[in-house]
Design a protein around this ligand. Structure first.
Ligand SMILES: Nc1ncnc2c1ncn2[C@@H]1O[C@H](COP(=O)(O)OP(=O)(O)O)[C@@H](O)[C@H]1O
Ligand SMILES: [Mg+2]
Length: 257
């Protein structure tokens, strides 16, 4: 709160509208709303997605979910992290986020963690997965980072160890959320999607191109992926936080009967 006020004053002094100030926290990405603003409208939207996915799984069986999109920069990693955090809010749910974007890994950076051994090291048979899982810094959520850089990500991902890893993770976690690379530039996302139970596609409004998103969904389906739905981010317009109709706080003390 203090930082926001200070930043607003600073912006006003520089001639900007202080209501337009967005404080960008350097340490943990500000779009991780489950972390920064768990009571806000955006976090509630993420819970909405989580609830739908839970409703698709009435028996509560362990599930692996890939988050992807057509191209890079559409908000996949942020969506995957928010979704994993929303799953981790559920009682008695063990959840893991796996960074499978071996070409541009970013989960650790967004969570302000050091890059350590992870997915590639497991897929290459160098380390057992149990040794590399670590807390993501949010409730019980665990992280398997992307791991050591490799020159041949497509090959590493298509090893039979991927299937084994998915099975192993499902023995220990109810939800395995996989942050995938984009679909169109390489086959990686298709391979991951085929190995998972379902895929959520991210569309960034006014940024994603319809044709690309459509092509991506078709590509995943062709490769054996199960696209469950889309998550649309960055909807502009009136800020929901300032629209009282969207607020639904508990009744203030003095209005209670
Ligand atoms: N909902 C959002 N609104 C605005 N910017 C966002 C949103 N989600 C993510 N971003 C920003 O967009 C950039 C790309 O997000 P990222 O999740 O890394 O995309 P991808 O994984 O698809 O490449 C990041 O700098 C992130 O801070
Ligand atoms: Mg990403």
């Amino acid at each position: 709160m203090f930082r926001r006020k200070k930043a607003a004053n600073q912006a006003e002094a520089a001639g900007f509208d202080k209501d337009m100030v967005v404080v960008v926290d350097q340490s943990v990405n500000p779009y991780l709303v489950m972390f920064h603003d768990p009571a806000g409208f955006r976090a509630e939207q993420v819970r909405g997605l989580r609830n739908r996915l839970v409703a698709m799984n009435p028996d509560g069986e362990p599930k692996t979910l890939v988050v992807s999109s057509a191209v890079r920069g559409e908000g996949k990693t942020i969506a995957a992290l928010n979704l994993a955090m929303a799953f981790a809010e559920l009682e008695r749910h063990r959840v893991v986020i796996v960074d499978a974007d071996l070409r541009r890994p970013s989960c650790e950076r967004f969570l302000n963690l050091n890059a350590e051994a992870g997915l590639t090291d497991v897929l290459l048979g160098h380390e057992p997965v149990d040794k590399l899982l670590r807390p993501a810094g949010y409730r019980q959520l665990m992280l398997l980072g992307a791991g050591s850089r490799v020159d041949n990500p497509a090959e590493v991902l298509s090893s039979s160890r991927l299937e084994q890893l998915v099975q192993r993770l499902k023995e220990n976690f109810q939800y395995v959320v996989i942050d995938a690379p984009p679909v169109l530039p390489s086959t990686d996302a298709g391979v991951l999607s085929a190995a998972a139970d379902g895929t959520v596609m991210v569309i960034r409004l006014e940024h994603s191109q319809k044709k690309q998103s459509r092509d991506a969904v078709r590509t995943l389906a062709d490769m054996g992926g199960n696209v469950l739905g889309t998550f649309v981010t960055e909807i502009r317009g009136r800020d929901p936080d300032s629209d009282s109709r969207l607020a639904y706080d508990s009744t203030p003390e003095d209005e209670r009967e």
